[in-house]
Design a binder for this molecule. Structure first.
Ligand code: B12
Length: 477
């Protein structure tokens, strides 16, 4: 079949992010023998013209859309991407008409609310969850006009006008890890070099799943709640390919958490050290189970900074969020980063259940004590359906019907609402290395572009250690 796969993400903050999920499903469709053409809408000034040219020249049999983000998850300056996805599907239908070509949607944004989104976007089919196994099965069923109901994760309508049926994606998740050397992302189809130029980095995944139980988090829903590990040698081979074929020097490891399970993280580091590739990388990490020897090994393997999922600097709030570590351990990890010369960026979430002005102040104080390179702080927690936080919000009447999740909805401890933003701004502004995505727009897109064109390759928060960039964060507002 002639497949047109569109990556719909156009977000440039904090950087243009290579569409890894779309690249995985592109490769799996290509391997299944389909003719795959790709349109990436990121950075396109006239996306409609581009799509029209593509459709008129190649007459796809199926159009598939990868949806990465629903919104920017930031409060109060929230960006909702859904209206643009809706327009995209409408435009595509008009371009294809009068032919009847199925529109298929997938990606993390879709997987968070597949039942609502199929209708909202007026798509024909969807895949909730991972696509490597299910997407080729769906394409095959469409080609042969066979029923789709037995495909893991498929979302479809049994008949016109009926509510969408979501087949649970779990069987696919329970398969041996789909990536174990069998499918590599189609970097060639998605102009990886352009992302490296404009975003500084490529990205890679060393495992899927998350066994932690943070109350607000979607990762176990998206990837499954146990870890599926990729063979470390296979990870290192892919990194080598990225370096040799695509000139990549810097990577982000997209695992929900890199340092768990620790043995696997260590083996990945050892495999990278053996390759001796001169690659720099960063990742999400948790204080839970982090050790000095692992951090040291990560540094030896090229890690030059971690984004620590600290969330809060107050033990009661941490417990309320379902975190599996204490403030003292987080502080110790901060000290280890100092000792090793590793850049440290805390990611914080303010305003969760039980947060008070005192706990906000305490978090700010404790986090500063660790002398971080940067801090990314969210005010308010985006509530995602089917998480423990959603159940709580539903029981409190914050969310009264499922359709509300189509709009970004936030949990913000009511007593804090009038004061939180001012507290954070007045703390962050004199420091300059605190990024508040929903409150202050960080570097202007133009400044960001210049930094990248000048060849800077690490995540931009690393720059906040230098005084001129600290100033820019607030001057560019
Ligand atoms: C790593 C990560 C980041 C890193 C990315 C670094 C990098 N260079 O890659 C950073 C820190 C930069 C980041 C930033 C942001 N992120 Co982020 N990020 C992630 C994370 C943890 C992993 C993403 C990833 O690469 N996964 C690996 C790939 C292989 O998986 P995948 O994309 O889901 O693809 C699979 C399926 O979805 C499916 N699929 C994908 N496309 C298609 C298409 C079709 C047709 C089909 C059938 C299937 C299919 O198959 C794929 C393979 O199995 C996810 C959470 C998660 N666990 O998924 C959040 C996540 C994607 N991020 C999210 C958000 C909100 C953001 C930001 C907007 C936050 C902000 N305010 O800054 C920005 C946006 C960045 C941008 N420019 O788009 C949200 C999106 C949901 C939402 N609320 O909209 C997520 C889901 C986290 C969450 N809150 O639940 N992010």
């Amino acid at each position: 079949m002639h497949l047109l796969l569109i990556s719909a993400n156009r977000e440039l903050f904090p950087d243009p992010v290579f569409p890894l999920g779309a690249a995985y499903v592109a490769e799996s469709a290509r391997r299944a023998g389909h003719d795959v053409r790709v349109v990436d809408l990121l950075g396109q000034s006239r996306p409609r013209d581009l799509l029209l040219r593509e459709i008129q020249a190649h007459f796809p049999d199926v159009v598939a859309i990868s949806l990465r983000n629903l919104d920017n998850a930031a409060y109060p300056h929230t960006k909702n991407y859904l209206p643009s996805y809706k327009t995209l599907v409408q435009d595509l239908r008009a371009m294809i008409s009068p032919r009847k070509v199925p529109v298929v949607v997938g990606g993390s944004a879709f997987s968070l609310i597949p039942d609502l989104l199929l209708d909202e976007l007026d798509a024909d089919f969807g895949i909730a969850g991972e696509g490597e196994e299910s997407f080729p099965l769906l394409l095959d069923a469409l080609e042969k006009n066979r029923p789709v109901a037995c495909i893991p994760g498929v979302v479809y309508r049994a008949s016109a006008g009926t509510p969408p049926v979501v087949v649970p994606p779990s069987p696919s998740m329970n398969l041996p890890y789909a990536l174990a050397g069998r499918v590599r992302p189609a970097h060639d189809l998605f102009a990886l070099r352009r992302y490296v130029r404009t975003g500084g980095m490529a990205n890679i995944q060393t495992k899927r799943g998350c066994a932690f139980r943070c109350k607000y988090c979607t990762y176990p829903l998206l990837e499954g709640s146990s870890f599926r590990l990729r063979p470390p040698g296979d990870v290192a081979d892919e990194v080598e390919e990225l370096v040799l074929k695509f000139g990549v020097h810097s990577l982000f490891i997209v695992d929900s958490i890199f340092n768990t399970p620790p043995d696997h993280a260590e083996e990945v580091c050892e495999a990278l050290i053996r390759k001796n590739l001169r690659i720099r990388w960063s990742c999400y990490a948790t204080p839970a189970g982090m050790t000095m020897p692992l951090l040291r090994k990560m540094k030896q393997a090229g890690c030059d900074g971690i984004e620590l999922g600290t969330d809060s600097g107050e033990n009661g709030v941490l417990a309320g969020l379902g975190k599996s570590f204490s403030v003292s351990h987080m502080k110790t990890v901060g000290e280890w980063c100092q000792t090793l010369g590793l850049s440290l960026c805390h990611t914080l979430i303010f305003g969760g259940p039980g947060e008070t002005p005192e706990s906000v102040r305490e978090t700010c104080r404790v986090v500063e004590e660790t002398r971080p390179t940067a801090v990314v702080a969210m005010a308010g927690i985006r509530i995602y359906p089917d998480t423990p936080l959603a159940k709580m919000a539903e029981s409190m009447g914050i969310v009264t019907h499922r359709k509300q999740y189509l709009e970004p909805v936030f949990y913000l401890e009511p007593a804090l609402e009038p004061v939180l933003m001012d507290m954070l701004l007045s703390f962050a502004e004199p420091r300059g290395n605190w990024i508040l995505p929903g409150l202050v727009t960080p570097l202007k897109p133009m400044t960001q572009r210049i930094i990248r064109l000048a060849g800077y390759r690490r995540p931009l928060w690393h720059l906040l250690r230098y005084a001129p960039f600290k100033d820019r964060i607030y001057r560019d507002r």
